[in-house]
Design a protein around this ligand. Structure first.
Ligand SMILES: [Zn+2]
Ligand SMILES: [Zn+2]
Length: 151
């Protein structure tokens, strides 16, 4: 995820409130993913912001269930209400991986412009997001990751 972090604490949590978090810093933008895993997990796209591991404080973590959705990522949701909170890469180090935090779980999800859509080729054809941000196919995004693993 490119762009600077903004040191403004934001709170959020799951639908039932059993899991809560405070993010000490957020990037200035969110991004959207249309891949089939996000679609099945969220009913459609996922909207997320990348929060560094040490910038997120979680309470009620005992209510989390974490599902390994692929060989490289795991998704965590509240085992009481089912709300998805984030996904994290499990390579190279699952213990300290950053959080792709679901924007919809923020108490205040405003002020985070959409900067990129990925897996645009997997988007259902019944809707489209407005704006002039970049739109990458799955293959284009994979190529970007190969060129710049920090992306
Ligand atoms: Zn919950
Ligand atoms: Zn996805």
């Amino acid at each position: 995820m490119s762009g600077e972090l903004r040191p403004a604490a934001r709170q959020g949590g799951c639908l039932c409130g059993a899991v809560r978090y405070v993010a000490a810093a957020l990037p200035a933008h969110m991004h959207a993913c249309h891949c089939s895993m996000c679609r099945r997990s969220n009913s459609a796209l996922s909207l997320s912001v990348l929060v560094p591991f040490d910038a997120l404080r979680v309470t009620g973590a005992e209510h989390l269930t974490t599902y390994a959705s692929s060989d490289w990522a795991a998704r965590s949701f509240c085992s009481r209400c089912g709300a998805g909170l984030w996904y994290r890469l499990t390579q190279p180090d699952a213990a300290t991986a950053d959080y792709y935090l679901s924007v919809g779980t923020l108490d205040d999800p405003n002020g985070l412009p959409l900067s990129r859509e990925i897996h645009i080729d997997a988007k259902p054809d019944g809707y489209a997001l407005a704006g002039t941000h970049s739109r990458l196919t799955g293959a284009e995004f994979e190529a970007l990751l190969q060129a710049n693993p920090e992306e």
